[in-house]
Design a protein around this ligand. Sequence first.
Ligand code: AMP
Ligand code: ZN
Length: 273
Amino acid sequence: MNSNVELQVKKTLSAINLSKKDKILVALSGGKDSCVTAYLLKKLGYNIEGFHIDLSMGEYSKKCLIAVKELCKQLNIKLHLYDIKKEMGGSMCYIRTTIQTTHGKGLKNCAICGVIKKWIMNKEARKLKVDKVATGHNLDDETQTFLMNILKGSPQLSANLGAITKNVKNAKFITRIKPLFYVAEDDVREYSKLKNLPVFYDHCPCALDSYRIQMRKFVNTLTTKEKLNIMNNFEKLNEKIKKLKSTEVNYCKICGEPSRNNICRMCQLIKKS
Ligand code: AMP
Ligand code: ZN
């Protein structure tokens, strides 16, 4: 298993032609997936730095930060910290609750948090002039997302899934990579324990998205081979899926960040109406 994880990641990085000259910012949550991502990229000789968003969610965030700091120390890499309270005026819980009060309870916690984190990551990565952002998304995460989009009847939402984002060339969009795209969650967990990596294993206390939890339960019943089959099917369909989605990139009229619409998802969420 140990060598399988490394082999699979090597294969994925070679398939996406990742260059050792690229400066890669690894988005570190404190959890096992992003920790293993950074560990392997460093081990394989890539040029990486760490980036962590402190969500100010009490004890949970404190423990995430401790794990991230320890990892960066062990890997001897620079850590860039983004304090959400300082930068955006409130903790993730506060921002999220305000959005839910304004837009109605229908918006799921993880969906809101995901939009905000992605917006921050792209903006900060650009400021730091990195070539790519790496996240810890694994085979289970991607299988869940793909199946959820299919069941919602919105396959076009999967247009950006994949080990590398294939955005239209745009200087404001930093390319995102997922080195663990083909590695099952159980293997990532086992690998992190085997290597004794500094990981905070608890789940986010706000991850209460019932749909994803339901999908996770289903995906957990599948074998790795079956999960890989699903994602291989996704790849076969991907060219068609991409055609369902506009590739045109605009700039958000409010924040100036790249967006497919006149106003980006982030600004749609935080505007007061
Ligand atoms: P999640 O959306 O929590 O499943 O996280 C997916 C990926 O986003 C993780 O593997 C990390 O690479 C990144 N990520 C999540 N939370 C943070 C955070 N607080 N700071 C930096 N990166 C994060
Ligand atoms: Zn915006």
